[in-house]
Design a protein. Sequence first.
Length: 299
Amino acid sequence: MDLRPLRPEDLPALGAIAQRAFVYDPLDEALVREKSIGAPDWDPELGIVAHDEEGAPVGFIAGCLGARGPETRGWVRLLAVEPSRQRRGVGSALLQALEPRLAERGARSVGVFDGPLYLTPGIDFRNTAAYCFLEKRGYQVKAVRKSLRCALGPEPFEVEPGRRAFARNGVEVRRATAADAGAIDRWLGRLFPGWRFEVAQCLRNDPPTYHGAWRGGAPIGFAAYHGMNKTWPHFGPMGVEPGQRRAGLGRLLLHLCLNDLLGLGWDWAIIPWVGPIPFYHKACGAVIDRVFWSFEKGL
């Protein structure tokens, strides 16, 4: 088994490996592309393929850099090993190759899956093999995170009465356009800086997958979807200015996004990495669906 850089022509084989390796998540070639060569922050040096004697891929890893607080951090954005080759040192070799490259680029620590353009908020708590694999290699659980599942349809949520009510109070609720990107980014930088990267992806979609609220032309709230994991019914992020909360604006923006996902043919939505569980449970009947371990290791 040897290592080499991840190449575009590898993607069909890597997508097939990911499909077989991930038990709880439906991965495919499109998602592997999104997390590797298709990512806006892709660094070719952080994509590594393990291959057998004939050159066929048997596993791969994709990493990225970002910031959480004042510190530069690294992440394993995606890691998959062919099931028949697991427990034979492939995953360890891939991690050992990626970690020093992240450190060379200034990362002080490395997390698993829960960084920019994340796949999931961590490792599914049922994945005991992954838990043991990471713990053995010096990773520790730093947080426990939850994702919700929301049933959609058969009819869309009623949104027009709420939109008209907010309009009477000087709040415009509508889908964002490309022209809004600068103002949205500045507003997010002030209130929700951790969501700027993901929202930028939403605004690049056609049409933008971002519903916002504006008062006097200034953003005061938003909800978005398909900033990542675009082959899943993936909602989020969303946020409303503190002074504008508890008036139903977040609920309206959420419903606009869920109606879009219903229109795309989905009968359920993923609401990942949730903080205010009671809000979503009341607003759309969402229920806790999955729990994740957030792993981290110092470099």
